[in-house]
Design a protein around this ligand. Structure first.
Ligand SMILES: NC(=O)c1ccc[n+]([C@@H]2O[C@H](COP(=O)([O-])OP(=O)(O)OC[C@H]3O[C@@H](n4cnc5c(N)ncnc54)[C@H](OP(=O)(O)O)[C@@H]3O)[C@@H](O)[C@H]2O)c1
Length: 395
């Protein structure tokens, strides 16, 4: 990576709902005695007045030292403004989504400049298209392009890695991840989900294009397996297969790292206590996917949840998540769990900020190109998250 940068980290999208939570998290972290006090960081966005107001708020809350936080004007419709940001900093964190609509110019700027990149996308089509277009560019420049650094997919990716490391098997390994959570969506997340649901065909074509160009590891295989609805006697939950981006990210870490053994498979579920919730949840999701196919209905639904808004502090304070992993191999079984508070926003802002700090400050294994959190930062990021209250446990 290019060394001469005057900033360690820039947060792009700082004035949005998740962006402002991430800015507050970073401000509190750099202001604490054991935080990265000398961090040279900046806030980027399309409106300098809004950015100034945001920085004033941070100064008022955490002190005058934050007056040195740089403000950078950058707009996704102006590639030169993004290139200028990427040239100044070692890491860009971006919360400017939906990523299918707004993300590519930021990936491009970072891949070309050799600047590390983290985002919050949960949109598989975006991740696959960015792989096809920028993986080789980023490998050449040394940039680490790390997607899905929020609740999608850090607890699942690092949780599966934690589980297989506990199991430490030599033969085939299977892991099932079971998610339980309570929380509410922001406008940005709702719009991103609606957009991706309406593009099933494009999503399949992006995945096929990636498959054609992505090399497979020799002598090892790793795959995401679509499970079936079932009752898990060990966990005591009804399981419903969860078709999010997470299983494919876990399988990618499995392809890249020897920890997962020669033959790894992962299946991903939502867990519910009663069959009624399982059926209701599946029906609700199918209904939303169906509605997203019809343009006017999709726009009507989108207008119900405006972008820039999300759950308030009181709602976030009562939200939680828990992901159980059952890993099996070599005739043994381990049960591990990753858990924390509000998955969508409080913990997502924490995970995203810590991922940015980890790339900027920690000693990680060498990697470049489009890589998962497990590959780029595995152990160091897990330790960071444990220090700030996200639990990784062996049960
Ligand atoms: N996977 C997860 O775990 C997870 C969790 C939370 C969020 N997310 C994702 O994160 C993204 C953001 O969500 P959110 O609720 O924070 O959205 P949001 O409140 O709507 O924020 C979007 C941000 O994008 C900025 N923006 C829009 N157009 C821009 C442009 N042309 N140039 C520069 N900036 C522009 C907005 O700037 P202004 O302030 O100037 O309008 C705002 O800062 C979504 O894609 C969401 O799906 C994922």
């Amino acid at each position: 990576m290019t060394a001469e940068r005057d900033l360690d980290l820039v947060l792009f999208g700082a004035t949005g709902f998740t962006g402002s939570l991430t800015a507050s998290y970073l401000a509190e972290a750099v202001s604490s005695d054991d935080g990265p006090r000398g961090l040279r960081w900046g806030l980027a966005g399309r409106d300098l007045t809004k950015l100034r107001e945001m920085r004033d708020g941070l100064v008022e809350r955490w002190g005058e030292a934050l007056e040195s936080v740089e403000l950078l004007r950058a707009d996704v419709t102006d590639q030169a403004s993004l290139d200028a940001v990427a040239a100044r900093t070692r890491v860009v964190i971006t919360t400017v989504g939906p990523y299918l609509a707004y993300g590519e110019p930021v990936v491009r700027a970072c891949a070309e400049a050799g600047t590390d990149y983290v985002d919050l996308t949960g949109e598989p089509e975006f991740v696959d298209r960015m792989y096809v277009r920028y993986h080789e560019v980023a490998q050449r420049t040394g940039a680490r392009i790390v997607h899905a650094c929020g609740f999608d997919s850090i607890p699942h990716d690092l949780g599966a890695l934690f589980a297989v490391r506990q199991l430490d098997a030599n033969g085939p390994v299977t892991v099932r991840g079971v998610v339980r959570a309570s929380g509410m969506l922001s406008g940005g997340t709702f719009h991103s989900a609606l957009g991706q649901f309406s593009r099933a065909k494009q999503m399949r074509s992006a995945a096929a294009e990636r498959k054609r160009v992505e090399p497979r590891p020799e002598g090892r295989r790793s795959r995401a397996v679509a499970g079936r609805p079932t009752r898990d006697a060990e966990l005591g939950y009804w399981l419903v297969p969860l078709p999010t981006i997470d299983p494919s990210i876990v399988a990618r870490s499995g392809r890249a790292l020897a920890d997962y053994g020669p033959d790894f498979s992962y299946s991903h579920y939502a867990g519910t206590k009663t069959l009624r919730y399982a059926v209701g949840g599946a029906a609700g999701l199918l209904g939303l996917v169906a509605a997203a196919q019809i343009g006017p209905l999709r726009r009507w639904l989108g207008a119900k949840v405006p972008q820039g808004e999300g759950p308030d502090e009181a709602r976030r304070a009562t939200s939680w998540f828990r992901v159980d992993f059952i890993a099996e191999g070599d005739g043994r079984r381990v049960h591990t769990r990753v858990s924390g508070g509000d998955p969508g926003y409080t913990e997502t802002a924490k995970m995203l900020a810590e991922a940015g700090l980890c790339l900027s400050l920690d000693d990680n294994p060498p990697s470049a190109g489009s890589v998962t959190t497990g590959v780029a930062m595995g152990a160091a990021l897990t330790e960071r998250l444990q220090r700030v209250g996200i639990r990784f446990e062996v049960l």
